[in-house]
Design a protein around this ligand. Structure first.
Ligand SMILES: [Zn+2]
Length: 477
């Protein structure tokens, strides 16, 4: 999901000189918060901290990184290619998770399938023989393919994520066992990154990630970069909303005896177009009518409209959502039908931490990763929903793994070639090194926790500032 939005990110970055804010209203509301973030970062000095932390650890850290390389070549590179050749799209990754759970079992993890009521979600746990009384290191893995017109395909390179995460997890577990370190390593299998409803939100609300002190994941990428600390999201804040209109069927020649749900849906669809001039220009609203009746000689008693409503911040998004819901109710009233409104997916700004971003990038530089981009990018959180990043500190590691555009067939092919294999091994090594530091370096761990807690508080202030800034126009309706 992330990399498909890259050109868009570049445009936004060009007009967003500070933080992750896009509009003048957002920048004004964020100004005091941005100043506070700058003060926090000046205090923590993430780049200097990262240089110091990355330079420490000596032989023990080196042997963790070496262990990653051994297991990658021994068995996990082949697993990445195997998943690459057998793509399955979101929520239907049955064969994939079956394979992954068997591998995890063989690697000494206890696997629980179907967590949070999602059939293809899992949680795998390894507890140190020295006890669980230490940090819980969490690794997120994704494995869904894209839905193509002719076949599913791994154009987002999710085939590599589990093997990469497993390599880092096993190397850390070996280290903890041989050095008598207490703690837990958890691997979270999160389905369907490319589709709604967002599985990570469902899993988070079910408490699946609660024990994790840190969450880290990898993702294929067109460059090796890092993000600035702050709040933001890759592809705007989103509400995915389904509007289900219910009427009454009748014969076409006695249509007055029915109540036409399709008429309601079309009125609603048109009303949304008429709302566009009342929305701020950054609004993005597109929808489809996936259901509109079965046959022309029956008055449709059911029609469905499905919209993705997007805006750069969640406060104005809530206003748009409310205006659109009113339009749906109005269309139902006008046609004598009923409407049910279901928000089935939400994506929000996430929290990005300088401590973890800089450390990941410092390792990419030291290890000689390809495709380095020294220019820090807009904050976007480390996972696509934003919600998880607000509660748990984390990092997404993305080393250059293909020059082809995101979601292309070429990127899929690259995932099974040298360029992909090389990038993924760097991902695994960087993940392992960052997790090693989080485990072993108490001062670094405290800096991460402090940065996250402060950032979370500032995020609340930012939202309150936006509420005040929009109060007049969002209060009109
Ligand atoms: Zn993706």
């Amino acid at each position: 999901m992330y990399r498909s939005a890259l050109p868009f990110l570049v445009i936004l970055a060009a007009v967003a000189p500070v933080g992750g804010q896009t509009t003048p209203t957002e920048r004004a509301a964020a100004a005091p918060v941005v100043a506070a973030i700058e003060a926090l970062e000046a205090d923590i000095q993430p780049a200097r901290l990262a240089a110091r932390v990355a330079g420490r650890g000596g032989a023990a850290k080196q042997s963790v990184i070496q262990a990653v390389e051994s297991i990658w070549y021994d068995r996990l590179l082949a697993l990445s290619d195997h998943i690459g050749r057998n793509p399955e799209h979101g929520f239907e990754e049955f064969q994939t998770v079956d394979t992954l759970s068997k591998v995890l079992d063989a690697l000494g993890f206890e696997v629980e399938m179907g967590v949070a009521g999602l059939e293809t979600a899992f949680e795998a746990t390894w507890t140190s023989p020295a006890g669980a009384d230490g940090p819980t290191l969490g690794i997120i893995v994704e494995y869904d393919a894209l839905r193509g017109t002719t076949e599913d395909y791994h154009g987002c390179q999710h085939n590599a994520q589990s093997p990469v995460g497993f390599a880092a997890a096993v190397a850390l577990a070996e280290h903890m066992e041989s050095h008598g370190r207490a703690g837990t390593v958890k691997i979270y299998g999160t389905p369907a990154e490319e589709m709604g409803p967002p599985a990570k939100v469902i899993m988070h609300r079910a408490g699946v990630f609660d024990e994790a002190d840190i969450l880290i994941r990898s993702h294929g990428s067109g460059e090796t970069g890092r993000n600035r600390p702050g709040f933001g999201v890759c592809c705007l804040n989103i509400n995915m909303v389904r509007y289900v209109f219910t009427g009454r069927p009748a014969h076409q020649r006695q249509s007055w005896a029915g109540r036409n749900a399709l008429s309601a849906a079309v009125q609603f669809y048109t009303a949304v177009d008429h709302l566009r001039p009342t929305f701020r220009p950054e609004a993005v609203v597109q929808g489809i009518i996936p259901e509109g009746g079965k046959a022309p000689n029956v008055v449709p008693d059911r029609a469905v409209v499905d919209y993705y409503i997007r805006y750069p911040d969640e406060v104005y998004l809530a206003h748009m959502d409310s205006m659109i819901a009113n339009a749906a109710r109005a269309a139902a009233m006008a046609t004598g039908t009923q409407v049910e409104i279901e928000v089935y997916g939400e994506y929000r700004d996430g929290i990005t931490l300088g401590t973890l971003e800089e450390l990941g990038y410092a390792y990419a530089e030291r290890m000689g990763a390809p495709g380095l981009n020294p220019e820090p990018q807009r904050p976007a959180g480390y996972e696509e929903t934003g919600f998880v990043t607000r509660d748990i500190p984390g990092l997404s590691v993305g080393v250059f793994s293909s020059p082809a555009p995101g979601h292309s067939y070429e990127r899929w092919e690259d995932s099974m070639k040298e360029v992909g294999h090389t990038g993924f091994l760097f991902d695994a090594k960087i993940m392992a090194a960052v997790l090693y530091d989080f485990l072993e370096d108490e001062a670094f761990r405290e800096a991460v926790v402090r940065e996250h807690a402060t950032m979370k508080g500032l995020f609340g202030q930012y939202l309150a500032g936006l509420e005040a800034a929009y109060a007049q126009e969002t209060g009109i309706y």
